[in-house]
Design a protein around this ligand. Structure first.
Ligand code: NDP
Length: 507
């Protein structure tokens, strides 16, 4: 059990009180060139606590001019010998130092993320903060190992040639992240970008700007030179300005497929490199021989963790007719056992949705599903007794069908749509009948079936008898409209670097 989980409820509440007191007063500034500054227009916006709906503090609203200043700072830092010529060992050291500082401040960061995003602080610490520490440590290992190769070329002239490749940083990177895992998503992008020697301008989501700003402050404290890591808080227009800016060489984005498409269109001016981690509608495929206890627990966690606001959420359940009713009853049982409430309470494992807008969206999908003929098994509305904040019950909808919107569209909330199947010939085709291809779960004790299905399912990640396992060592990303490119592993280092082929005539 984490230290935070062991802490009494009053500990997290008192940390929150201290943090909120510190955030009152001047609006939180943008981080440009190593300094906290207000936006050029002086505009600010409020960030709210989703468990209470109340304002936490004001934050600088960055716009086009601020993006320009941040990009220029990142460009100068890219060419500054203090960063450009830093040895691989020293770059590793800085990333490890940043990981140390996140570790030092883990408790505060977990509570900060909890009040800004709503997710339970115990889970925030275990997943987001500890995950971010691991991410920085993992990528701290790469600068000393990521290089080119010598290649056996055969020139027609017969000349004696030495050919080798080198890896160079792609340049200034615009990193645009969503609100569902604010700190982790920032770490997944910042860590490989800095490991590759790039400089960055990070644009967090408007709902969750606070941990991104703190992360950049910790980076400065770690000794990462000014201008290497800039943060522009603000709205979609700030993200769009980053995408449009000719001084940005690469954009890495996580968020909705719709905005992902806008980013592709917006990046054509200077044909910047683009990587995208977009939406999902992941199938959970359950064969009749599956271990139903294990499947039910994991399927429930796969859709209800983080209140379903997870790109890999297993939101489409394909359960064989023989076990369908039993499995649904078991999943509903897990849903009923979740403790819903303010995430500062260590007993809580299911918090509010991030915003009123998201609450309305999820609620409207439940209505749409019922109108289309699906049946509400449990949930579907605000939990009793939780009248403030954006709480929504864990929800299961049965009798769903392939053509329903609740099966085709990303709801991004705690809503499981269950479909019944009996024809194995048709099963994989049904699971693949989606615009998305981020991940899939397969539940069976039949080894051959498991491998056949893992091969046939169109998804960037396939979990067999498990779900939602993610690790920095293995690539993560989507097929189809779930994205371009892969985060984590060597693939992430490749995203943030250019390869150069050098020919040297030795004749
Ligand atoms: P968005 O995709 O709109 O936002 C993600 C990030 O992109 C935010 O930082 C956002 O800024 C920024 N952004 C918005 N518009 C632009 C633009 N035109 N150019 C560049 N950057 C932009 O997600 P939302 O927060 O609006 O959520 C809407 C839906 O998207 C959710 O309900 C969910 O279905 C899906 N989603 C999926 C995620 C995933 O990981 N698969 C993650 C988040 C959302 P700002 O916050 O200021 O708008």
């Amino acid at each position: 059990m984490s230290a935070l989980a062991q802490a009494s409820a009053s500990d997290a509440y008192s940390i929150a009180e201290r943090l909120e007191a510190g955030l009152k007063g001047a609006p939180r500034g943008l981080i440009i060139d190593g300094k906290s500054v207000q936006s050029v227009t002086g505009k600010t916006f409020a960030t709210h606590n989703p468990a209470t709906g109340k304002e936490i503090c004001q934050v600088a609203e960055g716009g086009v001019e601020d993006v320009d200043l941040a990009v220029r700072a990142a460009r100068r830092a890219l060419e500054n010998p203090a960063w450009r010529d830093m040895s691989a060992v020293d770059r590793s050291l800085l990333l490890n130092r940043l990981a140390d500082l996140i570790e030092r401040d883990a408790q505060d960061l977990a509570v900060l993320e909890c009040i800004d995003n709503g997710k339970p602080a115990t889970l925030t610490k275990a997943v987001e903060i500890e995950g971010s520490i691991k991410t920085f440590r993992y990528f701290a290992g790469w600068p000393t190992k990521f290089g080119g190769e010598t290649l056996p070329v055969s020139p027609r002239s017969g000349a004696k040639i030495l050919n080798y490749t080198v890896r160079e940083p792609v340049g200034v990177c615009g990193l645009i992240v969503p609100w569902n895992y604010p700190m982790s998503m920032a770490a997944w992008k910042v860590a490989p970008a800095l490991a590759a020697g790039c400089t960055v301008v990070l644009k967090p989501a408007e709902q969750t700007p606070l941990t991104a700003l703190r992360l950049a402050e910790l980076a400065l404290e770690a000794g990462i030179p000014a201008g290497v890591f800039n943060v522009i808080t603000g709205f979609g227009e700030a993200g769009a300005a980053l995408v449009d800016h000719p001084g940005v060489d690469k954009v890495a984005f996580t968020g909705s497929t719709e905005v992902g498409k806008a980013i592709v269109r917006g990046s054509t001016g200077n044909l910047k490199k683009v990587s995208l981690e977009l939406g999902g509608k992941s199938p959970q495929i359950v064969l009749p021989d599956a271990d139903l206890d294990a499947a039910a627990a994991s399927i429930a966690a796969g859709i209800f963790f983080n209140q379903g606001q997870t790109c890999t959420a297993g939101s489409r359940l394909y359960a064989h007719s023989d076990i369908h009713d039993d499995l649904l009853a078991r999943i509903a049982d897990h849903a009923a056992k979740l403790t819903i409430g303010n995430g500062l309470d260590p007993a809580v494992n299911f918090g509010p949705l991030v915003s009123e807008e998201q609450w309305d969206r999820v609620s409207s999908y439940v209505e749409i599903g019922q109108r289309e003929g699906a049946e509400l098994v449990c949930g579907g509305s605000r939990p009793q007794g939780l009248n403030e904040g954006f709480f929504f019950q864990p929800t299961i909808m049965a009798n769903a069908a392939s053509n329903m919107r609740i099966v085709r569209e990303e709801i991004f909330g705690p809503v499981l749509s269950a479909l019944r199947w009996s024809d194995p010939e048709d099963l994989v085709a049904q699971a693949n009948d989606s615009d998305f291809g981020l991940s899939a779960g397969i539940w069976t004790n039949n080894l051959k079936q498991a491998h056949r299905m893992a091969a046939a399912v169109k998804a960037g990640t396939v979990w067999v008898n498990c779900f939602n396992l993610v690790d920095n060592a293995t690539p993560f990303g989507g097929f189809k409209q779930s994205g371009w490119g892969r985060e984590h592993g060597r693939q992430a280092m490749e995203l943030y670097s250019e390869v150069k082929s050098v020919w040297v005539n030795l004749s």
